[in-house]
Design a protein around this ligand. Structure first.
Ligand code: FE
Ligand code: FE
Length: 258
C-alpha cells in the first residue's frame, strides 16, 4: 500500500491550501455559520445528498480521484466488517462527507474540503502547509494571534471555531434537524473528522475539557476507516447499495432541511 496523506510542494493540493489558508478568516467562518444555521437552502433526503456526491471529486485529497460517493460507501463497508452490529457507526461512515454538497450551493472548494484548523487563535505548525497561513490577515491581527486568542484554556474543543467546510456544515444540519435517529456521539465524529492538527497532530490539547477525551478517541477510531478505505475496491454492488438504502431509511426516515 502506498503511503497516504503525503503532501508535496507545488501540487494541486498545495495550491488548494494556499487559497484556503488565505481566505478562511475568523470573520469568514462567522458569516458562514450564520448563513447555514438558517437551514434555508432546500429540503432533501440523505439519499439525495449522497447521490449528489456522484458529481464531486475532492481536490484537497492526494489519495482519491474518484467521486466522493464511492469513498463514503467504502468507508461504511470497512466499518461494517469490523462492527457488523454497530449500525450507527456504519451510517456515520456513509454520511460523514455529505456536507460536501456545499459545492451545490456555490461554495468554492476551499470552503468545502481540506483539513480544518482553529480560527480566532494562533495557528500551530501542525497545520498542513502552515506557511501559507501567513497570507491570512488574522495571522497579523493581535486579537487572534496569541496562543488562546479569543478563547480560554480548557474551554472545550466544541467551543472553538474551526475553518468552515463539510464537517461543520453537516454538523449544523444534524444538530438543527431533529427528525433523525443519529446520536450525539456520531454527530461529533462527523464534526471533527477533518481536524487533523488535533486528532492526529496531537495539537491544541490546551483547549480540551473532560468531555473531549472521549470525542478524540471516537474520532481517531473513525479516522482509520475514512483513510485506509481509499485503496479498496471501487465497485459498489447492488446488494451493498440496497443495504445502505435501508439503513438510511431507518436513521433518516424523513427529508431534512439543509
Ligand atoms: Fe471528510
Ligand atoms: Fe472521508
Amino acid at each position: 500500500m502506498n503511503k497516504l496523506r503525503t503532501y508535496k510542494k507545488n501540487t494541486k493540493q498545495h495550491n488548494f491550501y494556499k487559497t484556503c489558508h488565505q481566505y478562511q478568516t475568523y470573520e469568514f467562518v462567522q458569516s458562514k455559520l450564520k448563513q447555514y444555521t438558517k437551514l434555508n437552502n432546500c429540503k432533501m433526503t440523505m439519499r439525495e445528498a449522497l447521490n449528489l456526491l456522484d458529481q464531486f471529486i475532492d481536490p484537497s485529497d492526494p489519495d482519491v480521484d474518484l467521486p466522493n460517493s464511492v469513498h463514503v460507501y467504502q468507508t461504511a463497508e470497512r466499518i461494517r466488517k469490523d462492527y457488523p452490529n454497530d449500525k450507527q457507526l456504519q451510517i456515520c461512515g456513509l454520511i460523514h462527507d455529505l456536507g460536501k454538497i456545499l459545492f451545490k450551493f456555490g461554495e468554492p472548494n476551499w470552503a468545502v474540503v481540506g483539513d480544518t484548523f482553529p480560527v480566532g487563535c494562533k495557528y500551530q505548525k501542525s497545520i498542513i502547509y502552515y506557511n501559507s497561513l501567513k497570507k491570512n490577515p488574522d495571522y497579523h491581527n493581535s486579537k487572534y494571534n496569541s496562543k488562546y486568542g479569543i478563547y480560554s484554556k480548557n474551554c472545550g474543543i466544541q467551543n472553538i471555531k474551526l475553518s468552515f467546510g463539510h464537517d461543520e456544515y453537516l454538523y449544523l444540519i444534524l444538530k438543527n434537524n431533529t427528525n433523525h435517529n443519529l446520536s450525539e456521539k456520531y454527530i461529533n465524529i462527523i464534526r471533527f473528522h477533518s481536524f487533523y492538527p488535533w486528532h492526529t497532530g496531537k495539537d491544541y490539547h490546551y483547549f480540551m475539557n473532560d468531555k473531549d477525551n472521549q470525542i478524540l478517541k471516537d474520532v481517531l477510531n473513525f479516522n482509520k476507516y475514512d483513510l485506509y478505505s481509499k485503496n479498496d475496491d471501487t465497485y459498489i454492488s447492488p446488494d451493498v447499495k440496497k443495504y445502505y438504502t435501508d439503513l438510511l431509511k431507518t436513521f433518516f426516515p424523513e427529508p431534512l432541511q439543509w
